[in-house]
Ligand binder design. Structure first.
Ligand SMILES: Cc1cc2nc3c(=O)[nH]c(=O)nc-3n(C[C@H](O)[C@H](O)[C@H](O)COP(=O)(O)OP(=O)(O)OC[C@H]3O[C@@H](n4cnc5c(N)ncnc54)[C@H](O)[C@@H]3O)c2cc1C
Length: 307
C-alpha cells in the first residue's frame, strides 16, 4: 500500500459497507490536539459494531494497514501522514447507557461527555478523569489517569474488534493494565465498547468535584493551547515535570514547537510546528534531563505515520 489506484480501490470496497463514512487524503492535523500531521490515505468513520467489524475485515483482506484514532490528544502524527487507513468511531459507538451502577460506553464517546453523563446519573468514580480530553477508547488503551485514579480502577470489561473482524469481550483481568499502558496496545484491535463499574453518588457533588478538577487543570496546564498533554511518562519515584523544570527546559523551542512556560512536560504548537520540530524538541528535553539528573525519560505520546 498504496498507489493512488490501490487507495481508490480500497475506498470503493469500503463504500459498499452501510453506515460508514470514507474519505481519502484526510489531513490528520485537523484530527489531533497538536494540530500537526500529514494526510491519511483513507479516513473511515465506523458507527456500529457490525460495520466496524466489516471495515476491519475488508482492510485485512486487502492487506491495508489500519490504525484507530480517538480524539487524537495523545498522538503526534508525522508530517508525511499515515499510509493505509485511520479509523474513527461515531454513531452508536459514541453512545452511553447507564445500567444500574454500570455505564456501557461506546469507545468513540469523549471522556468529558462520559464524566457529565455519570454525574447526571448519580454515579461517581470517574472524577479523576475530568478534563482529560481523550475518548473512551484511547483512554482505556493508554490507561489514562490523573489525581490518583486511572482507567484500570473502573473498567470492568472491553469489547474489541480484531483486524480479522472478530468481536471479543475481555474482562479487566485480561487487559494487563500498567502505568499508562495496557495489553491492548500490543493486540492490534479496535476498542469498540467499554463497561465501567461505578458507585452511587450524589449527582450535584459529582458535578462540583468535576468542576474543581477542571479548574485546577486550567491553573496548572496550558489547556487553551495546542498540545498532546504530558510528553514523558513519570519515571520511578519522581515526576517528569519536576526533572524537566529543574533542567531548565521551559520556553525552549524548535521552530514553532515550544516547551510550555506553564508546565515543563507539555510541548505547545505555537502555530506552524511540524512533527520534526516536536521530535527534535523532545530529544533536546530528554538530553537536558539525562545530563542534569542521569534519568532517561520515556515518551508517553504515541507517534504515528511517516516523515
Ligand atoms: C491538555 C491535555 C491534558 C491531558 N491530560 C492527561 C492526563 O491527565 N492523564 C492522561 O493519562 N492523559 C492526559 N492527556 C493525554 C490524552 O488525553 C489521554 O491519553 C487520552 O486518554 C487519549 O485519548 P484519545 O482518544 O485522544 O486517544 P488518541 O490520542 O486518539 O490515541 C491514543 C492511542 O490510542 C489508540 N486508540 C485510540 N482510540 C482507540 C480505539 N477505540 N481502539 C483502539 N485503539 C485506540 C491510538 O491508535 C493511539 O495509539 C492529556 C492531553 C491533553 C491534550
Amino acid at each position: 500500500m498504496p498507489s493512488e489506484v490501490a487507495i481508490e480501490d480500497t475506498a470503493r470496497a469500503l463504500r459498499g459497507i452501510k453506515g460508514i463514512t470514507v474519505r481519502t487524503n484526510e489531513l490528520m492535523a485537523g484530527h489531533t490536539s497538536f494540530g500537526i500531521g500529514g494526510p491519511a490515505d483513507l479516513f473511515v468513520i465506523a458507527t456500529s459494531i457490525s460495520n466496524l467489524s466489516e471495515v476491519m475485515r475488508t482492510l485485512h483482506e486487502l492487506g491495508v494497514p489500519a490504525v484507530l484514532l480517538g480524539n487524537g490528544t495523545n498522538v503526534l502524527v508525522r508530517d508525511g501522514g499515515i499510509r493505509g487507513a485511520v479509523i474513527k468511531l461515531g454513531g452508536e459507538l459514541a453512545e452511553l447507557q447507564a445500567v444500574g451502577n454500570m455505564v456501557i460506553a461506546g469507545a468513540g464517546a469523549s471522556l468529558a461527555t462520559l464524566c457529565r453523563y455519570c454525574a447526571d446519573h448519580n454515579l461517581g468514580g470517574l472524577m479523576f478523569a475530568a478534563g482529560i480530553p481523550g475518548s473512551v477508547g484511547g483512554a482505556v488503551l493508554m490507561n489514562a489517569g490523573a489525581n490518583g485514579g486511572e482507567m484500570a480502577d473502573v473498567v470492568r470489561w472491553v469489547l474489541v474488534v480484531g483486524y480479522d473482524g472478530k468481536v471479543a469481550k475481555l474482562g479487566a483481568e485480561e487487559l494487563g493494565f500498567g502505568y499508562r499502558s495496557s495489553r491492548l496496545q500490543d493486540r492490534r484491535c479496535a476498542v469498540a465498547q467499554v463497561g465501567f463499574q461505578l458507585e452511587p453518588s450524589e449527582g450535584a457533588a459529582v458535578h462540583r468535584a468535576l468542576c474543581e478538577v477542571i479548574q485546577r487543570r486550567c491553573r496548572t496546564q496550558p489547556v487553551a493551547q495546542r498540545s498532546a498533554g504530558s510528553i514523558f511518562k513519570r519515571p520511578e519515584n519522581d515526576y517528569a515535570g519536576r526533572l524537566l523544570e529543574g533542567a531548565g527546559v521551559k520556553g525552549l523551542a524548535v521552530g514553532d514547537a515550544m516547551v510550555s512556560p506553564k508546565h515543563a512536560n507539555f510541548i505547545i504548537n505555537k502555530g506552524h510546528a511540524t512533527s520534526r520540530d516536536v521530535l527534535a524538541l523532545i530529544e533536546l528535553m530528554r538530553e537536558k534531563v539525562a545530563k542534569k539528573f542521569g534519568v532517561y525519560l520515556e515518551t508517553e505520546i504515541v507517534t504515528l505515520g511517516e516523515e
